[in-house]
Design a binder for this molecule. Structure first.
Ligand code: IPE
Ligand code: IPE
Ligand code: MG
Length: 247
């Protein structure tokens, strides 16, 4: 039986988040520059997005550039920014054709102007699409997002002091970049690294974590299917006991 047929369509994760890792090592293993790995990572993005859209996944978040990634050699940072532009250019038609809605999280205004302008253009062009919501995490880090939320809360409520009793999870979430996006059900990290690297810390409080040795440029929809099948074997208890879940 095909991997795809083993997936229970009634128990799909609504939101899958991916830490796309291992591009550099993939390239170096082949005796190439790290950027060669990033370029090949685009193929994995394309196949994963198509696979997710075809399955009927509602939200897919891809961690593409962290606030910490600015600390890489300038040449690599520049190459990643150019790759973003060329990828947006080459993928626009396919995203529109496949009814994908593009969103971003992270400090988009902190990206080079030409990159942020391109992104905003594509977000506008796809805003009416009703299929998969593809969320690119760019210039993103969870701690930045949380600190930013606190700043916004204070700025917005300067005139009228907030009733402390009204602050709860729902209140706080309205100030996160992910407002209106459900928490990820499943987090996938490639390349055999077992860490979160400042990704969606608040939102992943109850995500199921899945790690694979596959390096990102080799990742294809079958790897996505494997992760989903693994996810579907798990029991999400949210603090309860098994008997309560099975009722
Ligand atoms: C992930 O691959 C892509 C980005 C962080 C932009 P890496 O570039 O981190 O590849 P490795 O982890 O060095 O192999
Ligand atoms: C995490 O990958 C960020 C992205 C995938 C964009 P890194 O490769 O930068 O993570 P660390 O720093 O090794 O944890
Ligand atoms: Mg890495």
């Amino acid at each position: 039986m095909d991997l795809k047929d083993q997936i229970d369509k009634k128990n799909l994760p609504q939101h899958i988040a991916v830490i796309m890792d291992g591009n550099g090592r993939w390239a170096q293993k082949k005796g190439n520059q790290r950027i060669f790995g990033h370029k090949n990572g685009v193929k994995a993005v394309r196949d994963t997005v198509e696979g997710a859209a075809e399955l009927g996944i509602k939200f897919l978040t891809l961690y593409a550039f962290s606030t910490e990634n600015w600390n890489r050699p300038q040449q690599e940072v520049n190459a990643l920014m150019s790759l973003l532009i060329t990828t947006i250019n080459s993928e626009t038609d396919t995203l529109i054709k496949n009814n994908v809605r593009l969103l971003t999280i992270g400090n988009i205004d902190g990206l080079p102007k030409n990159v942020s302008a391109k992104l905003k253009g594509l977000i506008n062009k796809t805003s009416k699409n009703t299929g998969l919501s593809l969320i690119l995490a760019l210039n993103y880090s969870a701690r930045w997002e949380i600190v930013n939320a606190v700043k916004e809360i204070i700025t917005e409520n300067r005139q009228n002091p907030i009733d402390v009793g009204s602050i709860n999870n729902e209140f706080f979430e309205r100030y996160l970049n992910t407002k209106d996006i459900p928490d990820p059900d499943l987090l996938i990290r490639t390349s055999g690294e077992y860490r979160i690297s400042n990704f969606l810390i608040w939102q992943m409080a109850y995500s199921e974590l899945y790690f694979t040795e596959v390096l990102w440029p080799d990742f294809r929809r079958n790897d996505l299917y494997e992760a989903i099948i693994d996810y579907q074997k798990r029991e999400r208890r949210f603090g309860k006991v098994s008997e309560q879940i099975k009722k």
